[in-house]
Design a protein around this ligand. Structure first.
Ligand SMILES: Cc1cc2nc3c(=O)[nH]c(=O)nc-3n(C[C@H](O)[C@H](O)[C@H](O)COP(=O)(O)O)c2cc1C
Length: 493
């Protein structure tokens, strides 16, 4: 909180910058980077850019000066009406403009400004009008990312969601203290969605991924959720069964690589003990095995509640077991689990999980047009997913989380398809893939989604929410440490 005196001092400096061209004062007025909202949109501006903008204006508009201002201050925000006058370069006529501005001030510097230009003579009017304008311009339209959101029974403190990201630090498939430290450091997100976590020993096809199918894992996850909750965070576990995205060298004894049909993925998979190996042909699941796998998901959801998770996300995306059922190239079955019934496995899991722990604690992730693990668009893909979304809506799940990996080289997911899925689904809609703050704000303002999911930006920026808020530069993710064991690139950054 700033007091009135320091706000006045800031304004005095600002006036000297504009009136006298004392550009060296700019860094003491403007935060390292601040967000400037104008009628045409929003820009992040550095002090250097601010100074050069003033320099340009002063040379284009000789005699530019502040001639009058009003201000109000509520301890956090300052409102200004500033009248500028200048001489038109060509005609020599006197010109004027009133700039209506709301400032957010941090540490005695301008951190954010909403600016609207009007003819001179415009005034703020009464305090209520000021409030309305701030709410309209500032909060509702441009800062939704940091506003709360009601997700089922949970209130999220902002709309920044941490994406599910496999990090392969769970030695023995049990999350450890490092995992707890990693998530706790990111607890100021509106919601954390954990890395893919297997509901079954058969779903541990990739190295060192955690599980949630025995007591030891429940106890270990409880430590993670307790620490995240202590910091006021919210956390869902992503339930991910690898299916055919697997190699026996990664899996525990007695487990089996299963899939809807005996079709192997092309290419190689990494193993700790044997390096890269070709994907094996999975074993086709019997009807009994399908029933068993569905029940494993349901039991994992019950364990999730016991472990203190706020909910579960069913991973029906990215070519893992559930998408292997959805996708015609992986599901060649002719029984009721194939063909027209390709969505049955997903729907049964969603339905029974929702009835076990409540639909308001179950979200689902889908990836139409995804390209990972031998998926990719198929004929009728859009119609298939629209129908699927409508059926998910009937089950009253709390959200659909849409994957878009076009920023990673996958095909674009048509904007129209996203909009139509959102329309057909009653719950919340989570947007993901390649987001930064301004695109997130724009998509929220356009009503394209309710929450925005950030993946890679979280890896080397545990304080992502704060950085997005102030427009601070982000550290790039380092792919070399995505899946390595140990703290490097994980808790040691
Ligand atoms: C290291 C890494 C691991 C990932 N693991 C998972 C996962 O376990 N489950 C999942 O659904 N998506 C996973 N993803 C995909 C991300 O959730 C997200 O969709 C992707 O990174 C695109 O978002 P971004 O552009 O914000 O990074 C992973 C991505 C990365 C970079």
């Amino acid at each position: 909180m700033q007091n009135l005196e320091s706000t006045k001092a800031l304004f005095d400096r600002w006036e000297r910058v504009w009136n006298n061209g004392e550009l060296d004062l700019v860094p003491s007025c403007v935060a390292e980077k601040y967000i400037r909202h104008e009628d045409a949109g929003e820009r992040i501006v550095s002090p250097q850019e601010y100074a050069s903008e003033i320099e340009r204006l002063r040379s284009d508009r000789p005699n530019m000066r502040i001639v009058a201002y009003d201000h109000a201050f509520d301890g956090e925000r300052a409102w200004y009406r500033v009248d500028f006058k200048w001489t038109d370069k060509d005609s020599g006529e006197e010109r004027s403009r009133a700039s209506l501005q709301v400032w957010r001030i941090e540490h005695g510097k301008l951190a954010e400004a909403w600016v609207a230009n009007h003819p001179v003579g415009t005034t703020w009017g009464d305090a209520a009008a000021l409030e309305r304008w701030t709410a309209e311009k500032g909060q509702a339209a441009t800062r939704q990312l940091f506003s709360t959101f009601q997700l089922g029974q949970l209130q999220l403190r902002n709309r920044v969601v941490m994406a599910p990201m496999t990090r392969s630090r769970a030695i023995g498939n049990v999350p450890n203290d490092l995992v707890a430290e990693y998530y706790t450091a990111r607890a100021d997100s509106g919601l954390i969605i954990t890395e893919g976590t297997s509901p079954s020993p058969d779903g541990l096809g990739q190295p060192r991924i955690p599980g949630l199918f025995n007591r030891e894992q429940v106890t270990a996850w409880r430590k993670v959720t307790d620490r995240v909750h202590e910091k006021g965070g919210r956390i869902f576990v992503q339930l991910m069964h690898t299916g055919r995205v697997a190699h026996p060298a990664n899996m525990p004894e007695g487990s089996k690589i299963v899939a809807p049909s005996p079709v192997a993925i092309e290419g190689n998979i990494y193993t700790d003990t044997e390096g890269h190996k070709p994907y094996p042909v999975p074993s086709q699941m019997s009807t009994l095995e399908i029933e068993h796998a569905i029940e494993e998901f349901v039991q994992a959801a019950r364990y999730a509640v016991e472990a203190g998770f706020d909910g579960v996300e069913i991973n029906a995306a990215n070519g893992y077991l559930i998408e292997q059922f959805l996708h015609p190239s992986a599901n060649r079955r002719s029984d009721e689990w194939g063909g027209e019934g390709r969505d049955r496995f997903a729907l049964e899991i969603a339905k029974r999980t929702a009835s076990a722990i409540g639909g308001d604690r179950v979200g689902i992730r889908i990836s139409p047009h995804g390209a990972i693990n031998d998926t990719g668009p198929f004929p009728g893909v859009d119609a298939f997913y629209l129908e699927f979304a409508a059926k998910l809506s009937e089950l009253e799940l709390v959200y659909i989380h849409l994957v878009d990996h076009s920023s990673m080289g996958a095909p674009q997911v048509p904007a129209d398809l996203k909009a139509q899925i959102r329309e057909r689904f009653r719950g919340a809609f989570l947007l993901s893939g390649g987001y930064d703050a301004s695109r997130a704000e724009a998509d929220l303002a356009d009503g394209k989604g309710d929450l925005v999911v950030f993946g890679r930006p979280y890896l080397n920026n545990p304080d992502l929410v704060e950085k997005l808020k102030v427009g601070a530069p982000l550290r790039d993710a380092d792919p070399h440490t995505f899946y390595t064991p140990g703290p490097e690139g994980y808790t040691e950054l």
